[in-house]
Write a protein that binds this ligand. Structure first.
Ligand SMILES: [Mn+2]
Length: 331
């Protein structure tokens, strides 16, 4: 199971005290919320509800509609659409926010020097806030929330279990990534006992394909090309593709994995046309090529196996330029 050192169990105790002793909380997660962000926000809401606390849940962006089965989804306010001067809060709980700026415009709802409970699992979290509860060996923020719920001795319900399971499922890529620890599987197993229908959530969140995603994928696959004996593979997404498929950002997510996952491909690329003279490039490496250094050299950034950059070029210029950069890195 996840290892709570003396320090972190002390932080867990402080988090518990903060929640029990205070009232009138604001709960927020990061901009462009994913499954763990949505689930963590709602799980905290359910915890506070059980404790008869008053609170609001708010996010800069709209929570993706696919998470609407989580109990309380409709109560998360969308800060991006609120014009009036916000009511301010002095008790803040942030979940899954790797750094303070990821809170986005919701900061406008904070009183001056508020008390912030910062619950997160990102290794890059800089421990902002008053009570940082950071567990970098947790697969998801909801894994930390599992321990918080246990520490608070709250009764498990299906809505709460749905949140924990959803965050684990999405942050482990369907229990496939290297963060899928035995602790994750044990907690997931318990959530199934509390009534979570794992196969339904997997179907809904991982298997189901949006029509717009399929159309953009079909168009992108038609552009699939290779170089260097199939060690470099890429696909293109043009402005026309986006317009005709009505694809949103979510639909474009994961497209780069198609060239990347092909047997023998060392570097997979996705070229996305932003305007006629601006192209965004996503790099994925199978491991041999450090794509972070390539992206960095071109003004972008990321990790050694996943990075990106933006070029002031046309698509026709960007493709040979980038392929050549990678060839040199492989040489
Ligand atoms: Mn997360």
């Amino acid at each position: 199971m996840m290892d709570f050192t003396d320090h972190s169990s002390f932080q867990l105790e402080k988090a518990k005290q903060f929640i029990l002793e205070e009232n009138d909380f604001l709960v927020v997660s990061h901009v462009q919320p994913d499954g763990d962000a949505a689930s963590s926000t709602i799980a905290i809401g359910l915890i506070l509800q059980k404790l008869n606390k008053s609170f609001i849940m708010i996010n800069e962006d709209k929570i993706p509609i696919k998470f609407d089965y989580l109990s309380g989804y409709e109560n998360i306010q969308h800060a991006g659409t609120i014009d009036s001067i916000p009511r301010k809060y002095s008790n803040i709980i942030t979940v899954d926010c790797a750094d303070y700026s990821r809170i986005g415009i919701v900061e406008r709802w904070f009183e001056d020097s508020p008390t912030i409970l910062n619950i997160d699992h990102h290794p890059t979290n800089d421990q902002y806030g008053t009570i940082p509860l950071i567990q970098t060996d947790a697969a998801a923020t909801v894994e930390i929330l599992y321990y918080l719920i246990e520490a608070l001795k709250l009764m498990w319900t299906k809505p709460l279990a749905d949140c924990i399971y959803t965050g684990l499922l999405t942050d482990t890529g369907g229990f496939r990534y290297s963060n899928t620890s035995s602790g994750v599987m044990k907690i997931a197993s318990m959530m199934l006992e509390y009534g979570v229908e794992g196969h339904r959530l997997a179907e809904h969140l991982l298997e189901r394909i949006a029509f717009s995603h399929l159309i953009i994928l079909k168009r992108a696959l038609a552009s699939l090309s290779f170089a260097e004996h199939n060690q470099i593979g890429w696909m293109l997404v043009t402005q026309e593709d986006i317009t005709l498929s009505q694809a949103n950002n979510e639909d474009l997510e994961g497209l780069v994995n198609y060239p990347r996952n092909i047997e023998g491909v060392e570097v997979g690329l996705l070229f996305k046309e932003i305007t006629a003279s601006v192209v965004k490039v996503s790099f994925r490496s199978a491991g041999k090529v450090d794509v972070a250094s390539i992206a960095q050299r071109l003004g972008g950034g990321g990790h050694t196996r996943a990075s990106g950059c933006t070029l002031n070029m046309t698509m026709d210029e960007a493709v040979p330029f980038i392929v050549n950069e990678i060839k040199q890195e492989m040489a």
